[in-house]
Structures are given as C-alpha cells and as structure tokens.
Design a protein around this ligand. Structure first.
Ligand code: HEM
Length: 130
C-alpha cells in the first residue's frame, strides 16, 4: 500500500525524512519511523471502521490529527493520495470481492475521516495567521 503512495507521488518521500537516511523509496519504506507511521495510519483506519455508526466520537481526535499534519508540512492533497493507496491495496488483496459498492463504502468512510482532518488542518493555518 505504502509503496504505491510513492509511485503516485514521489515528492512525498521528502516528508518522511526523519532522523535516519531516507534518500530513496526503498530506504524510506524500510525505515523504522516510516513503518511506525504506517501502523499509525492503519490504527486510525481501524478506529474509523470500528466507529462507523458513531464517527462523531472521533471528531476531536481527527481535528487534532489534521492540525498536527499541517504543522509538519503535509498537504491535505496528500491525505487523498493515502486514500488512493488504500483503495489500491484493497483492490489487489480482495480481487473479485472488490466490488463497486464495497469501493464506494470505503471511499465514503475515508472521505469522512480526511474531511475532518482537513478541517483541523485549515483551522491550524487560520490560527497561525491570526
Ligand atoms: C502522505 C500523507 C501523510 C504524510 C506525509 C504524513 C506524515 C506524518 C508525519 C511526518 C508525522 C509526524 C511523525 C510521526 O509521528 O511519524 C505524522 C504523524 C501521524 N500521522 Fe501522518 N502523514 C500522512 C497521512 C496520514 C493519514 C492519512 C493518517 C491517518 C488516516 C495519518 C496518521 C498519523 C498519526 C496517527 C500520526 C501520529 C500523531 C501524533 O503523534 O499524535 N497520517 N504523519
């Protein structure tokens, strides 16, 4: 999934330059910080799936997460690239079970998550401009 991320947008590599060397796609994919972030993303997706009937309960967490990403220089368009990678991974792993309604259901859920993150992102930018 995250290999796909860098195929879709190679410029994202520069956002994952932590303390260790991360000069190539392969360096980055195997760096501990990057793998740690992959786990963090999947925990958020897992929480959203487990709160599908109650996504409002994640609102404050997601607003704050959006703010944090604004602070580290991640654009809201990059959230969309993560979503495309997620759908690609589902398509590859589910094969024929990856139907149009299933794709739409994942897209709806992910759009709500990044919609709230993006609101937090914008709010952080506004606060800095004040
Ligand atoms: C390409 C898009 C993204 C980039 C470049 C990015 C980058 C980062 C960076 C640099 C950090 C801070 C260092 C770290 O904790 O690893 C971070 C934290 C985090 N990211 Fe992302 N991120 C992206 C998308 C996402 C998405 C879509 C989610 C969730 C759906 C997410 C979930 C998290 C979480 C849970 C943290 C930890 C926040 C905390 O410490 O409280 N990220 N991200």
């Amino acid at each position: 999934m995250f290999s796909r991320l860098f195929e879709l947008d190679p410029a994202l590599l520069s956002l994952f330059h932590y303390s260790t060397n991360c000069d190539s796609k392969q360096d980055c994919l195997s760096s501990p910080e990057f793998l740690d972030h992959v786990t963090k993303v999947m925990l958020v997706i897992d929480a959203a799936v487990n709160h599908l009937d109650d996504l409002h309960s994640l609102e404050d967490f997601l607003l704050n997460l959006g703010r944090k990403h604004q602070a580290v220089g991640v654009s809201t368009q990059s959230f969309t690239v993560v979503g495309e990678s997620l759908l690609y991974m589902l398509q590859c792993s589910l094969g024929q079970a990856y139907t149009a309604p299933l794709r739409q259901a994942w897209l709806n859920m992910y759009s709500i998550v990044v919609g709230v993150m993006s609101r937090g992102w914008s709010k952080n930018g506004d606060d800095k401009a004040d």
